[in-house]
Design a protein. Structure first.
Length: 210
């Protein structure tokens, strides 16, 4: 969710869950899930993914199967629950840590911003806090601004790599692409950096959408 929508959802959640500060973190997580998706389907695969995300955002280095300093690369099929999971933890981390707000950015927003404003349009997204790039891979490739040709997503992620390396600021990605498709859509240099920047979380389900 973008910030404005996130603030609205948090306000709505607090209104119907006035005791949210008194319940356990596990119960808080469950309430957020069913607040966002009343028909949520949880099998063992989804349960395991949510467990790992819970350990990650609770900064439990013992039980998380990865490195807490890295961001998340969330991969899976269309409609498999990737974005919902991150939206759940967007609200969860905001309520737990108060000041931790993870900003959603859509792939096409970055491309459009470059086409309208050039390089500065990309740099506007290179903020000094955590971001989530959703729908990563849509319309990826080189775009044009007054004759200048740039792969805007590749350019932004190169800048985010510097943020990660020198300032320990994370980036998260949600994508429908598999690893082979990623290889053919981003530069080899950036792909190599993915191992350093991201923990992989893979949703294996087919679409839940009816």
């Amino acid at each position: 969710m973008k910030t404005q929508q996130l603030n609205k959802k948090i306000k709505q959640f607090k209104k119907v869950n006035s005791d949210y500060q008194e319940i356990s973190k596990r119960e808080l997580l469950n309430r957020i899930i069913y607040f966002l998706e009343p028909d949520f389907i949880c099998d063992n695969v989804i349960k395991d993914i949510y467990e790992q995300l819970y350990y990650y955002f609770m900064e439990d280095s013992v039980r998380f199967n990865g490195k807490l300093k890295k961001g998340l690369l969330i991969m899976g099929n269309f409609g498999s629950g990737k974005t919902l999971a991150i939206e759940v933890f967007q609200i969860f981390t905001f309520l737990i840590y108060k000041s931790r707000c993870i900003s959603f950015i859509f792939n096409d927003d970055i491309i459009t911003s470059f086409q309208e404003k050039g390089i500065q349009g990309i740099l506007n997204f290179n903020v000094d806090y955590e971001i989530i790039i959703d729908e990563f891979g849509d319309n990826i490739g080189k775009q044009f601004n007054y004759g200048n040709s740039v792969n805007s997503i590749d350019y932004l992620l190169s800048k985010r790599y510097d943020m990660f390396r020198y300032n320990k600021i994370k980036t998260h990605i949600i994508t429908n692409l598999n690893f082979d498709e990623l290889q053919s859509n981003i530069s080899p240099k950036l792909l190599d950096r993915f191992n350093e920047m991201f923990n992989q979380i893979i949703f294996t389900h087919e679409s839940f959408r009816k």
